[in-house]
Design a protein around this ligand. Structure first.
Ligand code: SF4
Length: 968
């Protein structure tokens, strides 16, 4: 444990901090002492989270010491002289002191995007010297509810209201006396840091509701961990009882904060939602009617609203539906865009105004509670529609709660900062997110469905809402915030403290290459116009194959979007490239579903962890879960390939409107123009993805930017500062491959594993594992190279023996070990790192698809010559191989033959079939089947007799004529 003094504050750090960490902590202390905001960038792997926690908590402890002195001084005048002296020293350390908050200590609200990121921060806290600090992590009922019925409710709204009903009816055993139980259980008192899992475990053991436990523990915590949408979304903030005044707000992983702020102030209304509201109100009217008839004399369980209240609500919804249907009918006459204050105007037509919002919200709350509690049918919507409408009103009128509200200003603000878009939508789409059993009958099928989006384009609105609540300081931090200027401009509040830290690693730990073309010279460019170009997709696949051979362990490949990833994979599957890739390392794809995602990632990590594996390749998307916050330290990612620039969809109305909005305000605010913002969105997403590769000071890896647009200096200038000075641009493929190979060879740390092919097991798309059975079934029972079948084993082995070959196609290892093709196929010995990283030469094959896709055909002239001579030597060997005269030349002959066959057939289905035929013959000795099978394998090859004649050497002299007769 090291102790360091930063700006007068004593900070305990687990080790002597590095200069970048000291610089970072200095800035944190500066923010807290001066009570100002800070925006601090420090690349992933520089110990940002640990520095942030230690420095802020060290400052807080000093602050608390000063507060205790104030209390002592307040209660006694004795020793005032000494106390004054100490107090003046302390106030120099902790900064300005608020005279009217002498006894209030700020709390630190540490937020990040997801609970898994919060868990990582909590782990950092646990290994620091501040683990004694009382902390709590906030979660939702989705994660924390233990009630068997409530926890299975179909959605969050239903859980909230069902929980409230259970509490009011005293029927949740976990809620009963939960405060006393917490006070009496040492586990709750002694543990300073309780994360979600801890709370759930303790809750089950002690019959204490974890959700309400967090709310209780919140009151005594000095540090609160929470997802940042609980802070920026005013509804969530209220629901979780988060108090901002006087507290320190830390937003970690804040690179998406502008988008999250915009989202929290945006809302959507669909025709389906209104119809659902009408249905739910009608159902509640029915419930009340029954209740009045049966229990009119009793007060028990009586609703605290009347039929008249419900009638008013129903009329309002019906009128609103009418107004909106008429508006939607006009869509064909305009482009659907509406002025920013459109929604205020529409609601005023049904007499719903800011002045009435409290009354309406209160009534909606009561109706939702009643509806969700009294619905016996588990398939009913349980107030979902009404809740959505209630949220809409809360957001729309959120700024009218402050004392200085003026209707004129309110409308002006909406006109300036919102853009609205009304469009038709298909019925099926509109109903996908809500329980189909609850589809309201009230809406006529003849009426077209519509959707109204109210988009807030000013993150400033949400940021100001937070600042106006009197926070002590706001610290935004991430590994990828730069360029800082545009971000600060968009947020609209001042950030006097700023930092852009360099990376902690040395130059030899990172390789950054812009790869402008594939092995066949095809330009790599994933622009919208080019991304369907089959030649490009094929070249990109072959680029990946080549790099995959060089890269040890884990490889992450990022695509601009799911649709691009899926279409590329579809093409590669149809054309054999997918099989090649999966033969090199097991392949995983990032799925969109939450459960499937978790399963895939766990499998990826476990394959990487397997000491016998070759590593794995994970195909993912920029802005997806893999690119945001998952840890891929060390062998989990030795390289990141970026296959394109993930620009937002330019035809999306929201994107178009945002760009127009920025263009309109750019001049007056001197801010970003629409185009600048558009490019920035892509480079930020790229920065986030490439941030996966270096996770700590000893980590190393490569970043391969496989799109020629990365040559553009403007794009490069928006990449993270720490890679900008390290970018190598390659105008041809050979040098890129060579440099990448040299990079990995130069690293002493290169993992040296005992890799055996036997550990590899097929590949996976999402949760679907492609194994021998599934693939054979899908492909008409034909074996595929790289898939785990008898033949796949062979093909993998062939690949390894292929890797042993030196530049003239002759094996440099175990030459004397193999004496036949069977031995060559079975040879599982591992090449050295240097051998494994040699480029593999593939001769051109006349299949229409692979024409000009030779991996090395476009490397510079010296390599071309080397490869040409390699091919010539191979064919010479084959011609001479008819009567090999010793064991060594037999080995060479068969290895060369395998190489040539592999080169000839490419990594296709036919090559897999060839391997399995040889393997089968080894065990069955069935000459007839072997001949027929190889006949089919070489059927499309022009000079097939040459290959079949050589293959005939495998059968005995007595059967050779039979073999040749059947095969040629
Ligand atoms: S009190 Fe807790 S356990 Fe009970 S229903 Fe509510 S959230 Fe669930």
């Amino acid at each position: 444990m090291a102790q360091c003094n930063i700006n007068g504050v004593q900070i305990l750090f687990p080790f002597q901090p590095y200069p970048v960490q000291e610089e970072y902590m200095k800035k944190v202390i500066e923010c807290l002492k001066k009570k100002v905001n800070g925006i601090l960038e420090s690349p992933t792997g520089t110990g940002k989270t640990l520095s942030l926690l230690c420095s802020s908590l060290a400052w807080l402890e000093s602050y608390k010491a000063q507060q205790q002195l104030n209390i002592i001084q307040h209660s006694s005048n004795e020793g005032a002289g000494i106390l004054n002296d100490i107090k003046s020293v302390l106030s120099g350390l902790v900064g300005s002191w608020d005279s009217d908050s002498n006894f209030m200590v700020p709390r630190i609200i540490y937020s990040s995007r997801t609970h898994s990121q919060l868990s990582q921060a909590i782990q950092e806290l646990k290994r620091s010297n501040y683990k004694h600090v009382k902390s709590v992590v906030l979660g939702s009922r989705d994660q924390l509810c233990l009630h068997p019925e409530v926890s299975k409710a179909p959605n969050h709204t239903a859980k909230v209201y069902m929980c409230r009903a259970k509490i009011s009816s005293k029927t949740c055993p976990f809620y009963m006396n939960y405060e006393e139980k917490i006070l009496s259980k040492a586990e709750y008192q002694d543990s300073s840091v309780l994360d979600i899992e801890d709370l759930v475990t303790l809750g089950k053991k002690n019959m204490v509701c974890p959700y309400y436990a967090t709310r209780y523990l919140n009151s005594r915590a000095d540090m609160i961990f929470t997802p940042y949408n609980y802070i920026i979304d005013p509804k969530s903030r209220r629901a979780h009882g988060i108090e901002l005044q006087g507290n320190i707000l830390i937003f970690d992983e804040a690179h998406n904060i502008e988008g999250a702020l915009e989202e929290s102030m945006s809302f959507q209304l669909r025709s389906y939602d209104l119809a659902l509201c009408i249905t739910e109100v009608t159902q509640t009217m029915e419930m009340i009617k029954d209740f009045d008839e049966k229990f009119s004399s009793s007060d028990t369980g009586a609703p605290d609203f009347t039929l008249t209240d419900l009638s008013i609500l129903k009329v309002m919804f019906c009128e609103l539906e009418d107004v909106m249907d008429k508006e939607a009918a006009e869509i064909s006459n305009n482009d659907g865009s509406k002025p920013g204050d459109y929604m205020i105007e529409i609601l005023s037509k049904v007499e719903l105004t800011a002045q009435k919002k409290e009354v309406v919200l209160d009534l909606l709350d009561k109706v939702i509670l009643y509806h969700s509690a009294k619905s016996d049918n588990p398939w009913t919507s349980k107030g979902t529609g009404l809740q959505k409408f209630s949220d809409l009103i809360s957001v729309l009128f959120s700024r009218t709660s402050s004392g200085g509200y003026r209707e004129h200003n309110f409308k002006k603000e909406f006109s300036a900062k919102y853009r609205i878009f009304l469009q038709y939508e298909t019925t099926n789409k509109s109903q996908t997110t809500i329980d189909p059993w609850a589809i309201p009958a009230a809406r006529s099928k003849k009426k077209p469905s519509w959707k109204l989006d109210c988009w807030c384009f000013s993150p400033e609105l949400g940021m100001r809402d937070i600042v106006d609540r009197g926070v002590h300081s706001i610290i935004l931090t991430s590994g990828t915030l730069s360029p800082l200027g545009p971000m600060i401009n968009e947020l609209g509040v001042s950030f006097p403290v700023q930092l852009e830290n360099p990376h902690i690693i040395k130059d030899n730990q990172i390789f950054v290459g812009v790869v402008t073309c594939g092995p066949d010279g095809t330009p790599l460019n994933s622009s919208y116009q080019n991304r369907s170009n089959e030649r490009y997709i094929s070249s990109l696949g072959r680029t990946m194959c080549n790099f995959c051979r060089m890269i040890p362990d884990g490889l992450l490949v990022f695509f601009p979007s799911y649709s691009v990833m899926k279409s590329n994979v579809g093409f590669w599957e149809e054309n054999g490239i997918w099989q090649s890739l999966s033969g090199l390392k097991p392949l995983f794809m990032e799925p969109q579903g939450k459960d499937a995602f978790q399963e895939s990632i766990e499998k990826y990590y476990s394959v990487i962890k397997d000491p016998t594996s070759k590593g794995a390749t994970l195909l993912a998307v920029c802005r997806g879960k893999v690119s945001e916050g998952l840890d891929f330290a060390d062998e989990n990612a030795r390289a990141v390939i970026i296959t394109g620039l993930p620009f937002p969809p330019s035809m999306d109305p929201r994107v178009k409107m945002k760009m127009n909005y920025l263009n309109n305000i750019a001049k007056e605010k001197k801010g970003l123009y629409g185009n600048d913002w558009y490019v920035l969105q892509a480079s930020r997403a790229v920065n986030q993805a490439i941030g996966r590769v270096i996770r700590h000071k000893d980590d190393f890896g490569a970043i391969l930017l496989c799109d020629n647009r990365f040559k553009d200096k403007r794009i490069q200038s928006q990449l993270s500062k720490w890679i900008q000075g390290r970018i190598n641009v390659f105008d041809s493929f050979g040098p890129a491959l060579k440099n990448l190979s040299s990079f990995f060879k130069s690293l002493d740390q290169l993992p040296r594993r005992t890799k055996q092919d036997s550990a590899l097991g097929g590949f996976q798309i999402g949760s679907r594992v492609f194994n021998a059975e599934s693939t054979q079934e899908a492909q008409g029972n034909t074996s595929v190279p790289g898939i785990r079948t008898g033949s796949s084993e062979v093909s993998e082995n062939i690949f390894d023996s292929y890797k042993h070959l030196n530049t003239v196609g002759v094996s440099t290892s175990n030459m004397n070990k193999s004496s036949s093709i069977f031995d060559a196929l079975d040879d599982q010995s591992q090449p050295s790192a240097a051998q494994a990283s040699k480029p593999i030469s593939l001769a051109k094959y006349n299949s229409s698809y692979f024409v000009n896709n030779d991996c090395d055909s476009h490397v510079p002239s010296t390599s071309e010559k080397a490869n040409d001579s390699k091919r010539r030597k191979i064919s010479v060997q084959l011609r001479q191989a008819v009567q090999p005269d010793d064991k060594k030349s037999v080995t060479e002959m068969w290895k060369s033959y395998l190489l040539e066959v592999k080169t000839l057939l490419g990594l296709t289905e036919q090559y897999g079939k060839f391997c399995s035929s040889v393997k089968d013959f080894k065990t069955s000795k069935n000459v007839e089947n072997f001949a027929i099978s190889l006949k089919s394998v070489f059927s499309a090859v022009p000079n097939k007799s040459k290959y079949l004649q050589t293959a005939s050497l495998l059968v005995g002299v007595q059967d050779r004529d039979k073999f040749l007769a059947l095969s040629i």
